[in-house]
Design a protein around this ligand. Sequence first.
Ligand code: C2G
Length: 128
Amino acid sequence: MTNVITYGTFDLLHKGHIRLLERAASFGDNLIVGLSSDEFNAVKGKKAYTSFDDRKYILESIKYVDKVIPETNWDQKIEDVKKFNIDVFVMGDDWTGKFDFLKEYCKVVYLPRTTGISTTKIKNDLHN
Ligand code: C2G
């Protein structure tokens, strides 16, 4: 069994998120999502509209997602890769290079982001 992991906030879920999850899932048999906690979002300088519990509930309903774990800090990835026997780590290419330290433990893949959509764009468009 090939295990895949990715991380994110996944707020105001949109096509870009789903396409990332779909492509990440295609690299293996199980996809685990490290979902940023509300507290960790504050560390990332983000404030999600939807609570962690509700974002978790939504992600767990997606057919590409097998397990959702909390992401509470920047430093848990190596431990997660070992704990869940991860073979492939996947992120959007806005993170290219940032997680290359994981190459010692698993395959690291950065996928092209979906253009034209983002949570920030949704918020801005709705505000204006
Ligand atoms: N994404 C994408 N296309 C978009 C928007 C997002 O492919 N139009 C991808 C991002 O590149 C990321 C994932 O969807 O891989 C989740 O995006 P965010 O929720 O914005 O995640 P982020 O805040 O970047 O958190 O430790 C890693 C961080 O938790 C990543």
